[in-house]
Ligand binder design. Structure first.
Ligand code: ZN
Length: 388
């Protein structure tokens, strides 16, 4: 088994919960072939016991406080999966896990997890569909099951199935230790990754999406990763630990798209996420991964997604980081944000905090008052009042 953090070519996107190892030491199991829709494993076999573990984990997931239950959002994502999965739709159950990492994954029993960090990062519905299609590809080709045949320890399996919630509970040292096991369990071979990519691309093209969206997802992740290379102080990085890949993948997907056109559904995507987007932005900011976040929000802003929210997000990065020049930039972004429709009231609070820091008390008070007017029941209203 390769060490999780010392692989060559440790860059790029892969699927969710799947670690596509670029260096050697593959431990991929035998190919099982395509799953038939509605199929269940033979009772008593090793596959059946893996399904049972996944079923147990799914019961836990269903109860978890880390699951997003906003009906509009869950029905939108489930609808998307249903459309893509076709005859397999009835075998797949989707859970949106509130964790700011870029990830999604299929468990062998048909549980699909979509992490909110992935949803934040997709610029449109087509990009999200590309990732989901790739995951469906792994599922119907039974790649996970094949890999699990190489893992014998019950503890390792338990760790794997418990991963989604462990990460949602908060990235930390324990999660990093688990990642080594996860990466082993999901060391998909290049062939498996190619197969899943091809299936994913076919599924989105067949459903009218622009096939180029698949390559775009990985290009964006590579660029985001490059932004973080400049502040490597933070070690944890769930996505790149579980999904190493390379620019080659984006190139292959671009070639496979072959100039075919289709829909991106950018507006529909943003509308479907609705109010959840502020939560996703706040969760991302909590990671204090400022260079990456800065790159991400700048990119989403350039995409034209929710200018008010993205200006607010860019302002927050600057305010929280507080490097030389950041306060001025933060104030400027907050001012631009507050001039946009759909900006969260928190933009006024941020503006107040930054002006207070810059000893501009009159501007700070005006901004705080506006915040309290817009959000009279704010959790921090007493604190903000004390600043007036
Ligand atoms: Zn994959």
């Amino acid at each position: 088994m390769t060490s999780l953090f010392s692989r060559r070519g440790f860059l790029g996107g892969g699927c969710a919960l799947c670690a596509a190892t670029l260096a050697g030491c593959q431990t991929t199991g035998e190919a099982l072939g395509r799953l038939a829709p509605g199929a269940r494993p033979v009772a008593g076999g090793d596959v059946a016991s893996l399904w049972e573990s996944a079923d147990r984990e799914e019961r836990r997931v269903r109860q978890s406080r880390h699951i997003i239950r906003t009906p509009e959002v869950t029905s939108y994502i489930s609808g998307l999966v249903e459309q893509l999965a076709g005859p397999y739709a009835k075998d797949i159950r989707v859970y949106i896990v509130r964790t700011p990492e870029f990830n999604a994954g299929m468990y062998p029993n048909g549980m699909m997890q979509v992490w909110t960090g992935l949803m934040l990062r997709c610029a449109n519905e087509a990009q999200l569909a590309a990732v989901l299609g790739h995951e469906i590809g792994h599922y119907i080709e039974q790649h996970t099951v094949a890999n699990f045949r190489s893992i014998r320890s019950a503890t390792d399996i338990a760790t794997f199935v418990g991963m989604g919630l462990a990460v949602a509970a908060g990235p930390g040292a324990a999660v990093l230790a688990q990642l080594a096991i996860i990466a082993a369990a999901f060391s998909f071979s290049r062939d498996q990754e190619r197969e899943a990519d091809a299936i994913g691309l076919d599924l989105i093209a067949r459903n009218g999406y622009a096939p180029l969206a698949a390559a775009q997802v990985w290009e964006r992740m590579i660029a985001e990763r490059a932004a973080e290379e400049r502040d490597r102080a933070r070690g944890e990085d769930i996505f790149f630990a579980t999904h190493p890949s390379s620019a080659e993948r984006a190139q292959t997907l671009t070639a496979l798209a072959g100039g075919r056109t289709g829909e991106f559904h950018t507006d529909r995507y943003r509308q479907a996420l609705g109010g959840l987007q502020l939560t996703l932005v706040e969760d991302e900011l909590r990671l204090r991964r400022f260079r990456r976040s800065e790159w991400l929000f700048e990119r989403l802003h350039a995409d034209g997604a929710n200018p008010g929210l993205m200006l607010f997000a860019r302002a927050e990065v600057n305010r929280l980081r507080d490097f030389p020049g950041d306060q001025t930039r933060a104030a400027e972004f907050y001012r631009q944000a507050t001039a946009q429709p759909g900006t969260p009231p928190e933009a006024w609070r941020g503006l107040g905090l930054i002006e207070r820091k810059r000893d501009r008390q009159a501007d700070a008070s005006a901004a705080f008052r506006r915040y309290l007017d817009l959000k009279p029941d704010a959790g921090d209203r007493d604190l903000i009042r004390s600043y007036l």
